[in-house]
Ligand binder design. Sequence first.
Ligand SMILES: [Zn+2]
Length: 184
Amino acid sequence: MKANADNWGNEYGYHFSVYSTPSESLTDRFCRMDAEKFGVIEDITDKEYYTNSFHYDVRKNPTPFEKLDFEKDYPQYCSGGFIHYCEYPVLQQNPKALEAVWDYAYDRVGYLGTNTPIDHCYECDYEGDFLPTARGFKCPNCGNTDPKTADVVKRTCGYLGNPQARPMVNGRHKEISSRVKHMK
Ligand SMILES: [Zn+2]
């Protein structure tokens, strides 16, 4: 893909590039299109989403170091943009764990996102990780789903989104719900 993009650049005089973080809804759309064309295939189209770009399969459970090692060779082919990220539990008691990953990443990757739960329930004051439901997310303590009193923040794609206030497409919601933490 990178070679093709470079060839088109030479041919047309414009810069073409591979963009490795697809738009928010592509994770859903490409999977739906492939399901229509190729049918429901176990572990591929039956999940109803595709994992973004060169990212490690969101359902698997590598350490942050293994995840970065797997992904670090791809960005050189993706001059249109990329991001790495790791999923963490609440780490307010253990900032050294985050520092260890950042130190490891510093010489290996160019752009690293840190996903750690900062959801907040203004009904019961719970702070942490809201639970995925069929349609959105709910407070694990009191079950609150009201976007006016539930602040839910998830990494939608490269950026952070608030799925309670602005619901995501089905495939993106499934993808986020399938994510496994990369630290116990
Ligand atoms: Zn609550």
